[in-house]
Write a protein that binds this ligand. Sequence first.
Ligand code: SR1
Ligand code: MG
Length: 401
Amino acid sequence: MAYRALTEQEAVEYVKGIPGLFSEGAELTSREIGDGNLNLVFDIQEPATGKSVIVKQALPFARVVGESWPLTIDRARIESEALRIQHKYVPDLVPQVYHFDGELALTVMENVGDHIIMRKGLIEGKRYPLFAKQIGRFLAQTLFFTSDLGAHPYDKKALVGTFINPELCKITEDLVFTDPYENAPTNDFNPLIRREVEAIWNNKPLKLEIAKLKYDFLTRSEALLHGDLHTGSIFITENSLKAIDPEFAYYGPIGFDIGAVIANLLLNYAGQHGLQKDQGEREAYREYLLETVEDVWNEFVSQFVQLWHKHAKERSAHVEGLWQSYVKRLIQDTAGYAGCKILRRVIGLAGVADLNAIEDDQTRAEAERLALSIGEALILGRGGIDESTDITDIVRSVTER
Ligand code: SR1
Ligand code: MG
């Protein structure tokens, strides 16, 4: 079938045509629930059995802007292939893909609608005691086994080719690493923080560090990244986590994915200034977020290093001292990328509800200033970071200023 954007009813007809998914004559309902920046998402339910699937279809443009921003539908292929690979390593943490259609740019997958978007949960002040363990395992497994450490060299190079994702990478190159640091038309920030934003535009040492991080994003094909692992790409309950939406997947620097997770915890941390009115509760929740930042890194690194010792195929990996220097570089990359991802959400296109939900402009500006200071301090201070508490110490000292 030639490409066209499906309606709710057409999505029902489509899944009925997939053998083995629903029984013949099944009565199905369909609701378009996409609220992200890019795609159509249909929630298909069979009320009689409680069975359900998600149909996700890429639109030929960026939904957040409209038809004036054309965007490749090949991202649907990238997403479904990335989901399949990630599902192989962490089946409990990634939705299962049932069917992919390249012409319609459409993936039919497990419905994780019994989970909520983690960003929403954090805004509501919920705590997720298993999160760090779960996301640490997701990161360690998916990044290790797709890297030169865990994959056969031929397989790794073939995967680099499969995941050439130029248009989606260009979005990240522009929106994370370029536009926020100059007076670009895509920027979208609170006018009350213009002075601080202009200071960033004029901060040469900061812009040099961001340029270095961007250069590594462009050139360091280290592992298959999720590519957009913010808290809106994580569906969660108290017991379960599902990482979704890897349409930005490509071979890039490992610290970019870990940094994305940490950045989004810290964006919520900054947003607490306006989200939680009671000061005691706010401070307690911020402590919880900082502990989570430390736990995410600690879980990731302990699992990654275990995999390294047990499964590293690359012979140079066993040269004495290599894993320690690799891990040190990774945490410094992580802090730097976290910083960029914080700054882009405050200054650039596609902000986050953790800050945008603060109604009062003045209060929101105070939270945004804190986020900017944290992002900047992480980027400039990353050379001195050795362990996770170095990251949280930076956040604490910036908060106390
Ligand atoms: C035009 S897409 C804007 C942003 O949404 C996605 O989630 C990515 O973070 C991208 O940068
Ligand atoms: Mg997304």
